[in-house]
Design a binder for this molecule. Structure first.
Ligand SMILES: [Zn+2]
Length: 144
């Protein structure tokens, strides 16, 4: 086996993923060739070096974080859909129902006041508090 072939198999040999005849050939080559044996030990040392020795720099970590955020940050649509798919607790549902009921009833009151004011204006009456009493009088007058 030539040195170049052994160099190509070093990593696979280290992880024991080479087939039987090749691994034996590599080991036989190590017995004859100091250079390949040395490069194998260098590789082995680099592979077994603890990760804490090789902490990436601050700029590198910032770049990695940026890339991760760019790729995996949820879009507005994802946030909205997850918001809609999340089950609502009972107390929040009750609170929302009460709030909607209050808003609708207030809205109906305002609309009825506005419409009655418009009707009274169209009949030439003065709008305001006096309108209500005059409406009552007019209504009773109409009935009787
Ligand atoms: Zn060699």
């Amino acid at each position: 086996m030539k040195c170049e072939e052994v160099q190509q198999e070093l990593i696979a040999y280290h992880f024991k993923t080479v087939r039987e005849p090749i691994s034996i050939e590599v080991e036989n080559h190590f017995l004859e060739c100091q250079a390949c044996l040395r490069s194998y030990f260098d590789l082995k040392r680099a592979m077994e070096k603890p990760l804490s020795d090789s902490v990436p720099s601050r700029a590198c970590r910032a770049r990695i974080k940026h890339e991760i955020m760019r790729k995996y940050r949820p879009s507005l649509f994802d946030k909205l859909s997850s918001c809609l798919l999340t089950p609502i607790p009972l107390y929040q549902g009750v609170a929302a129902f009460v709030a909607i009921t209050i808003l609708v009833s207030v809205g109906v009151n305002i609309r009825s006041q506005v419409s009655s004011r418009r009707i009274s204006e169209s009949f030439g009456r003065t709008p305001g508090i006096q309108m209500d009493s005059s409406d009552d009088n007019a209504g009773s007058g109409n009935i009787s």
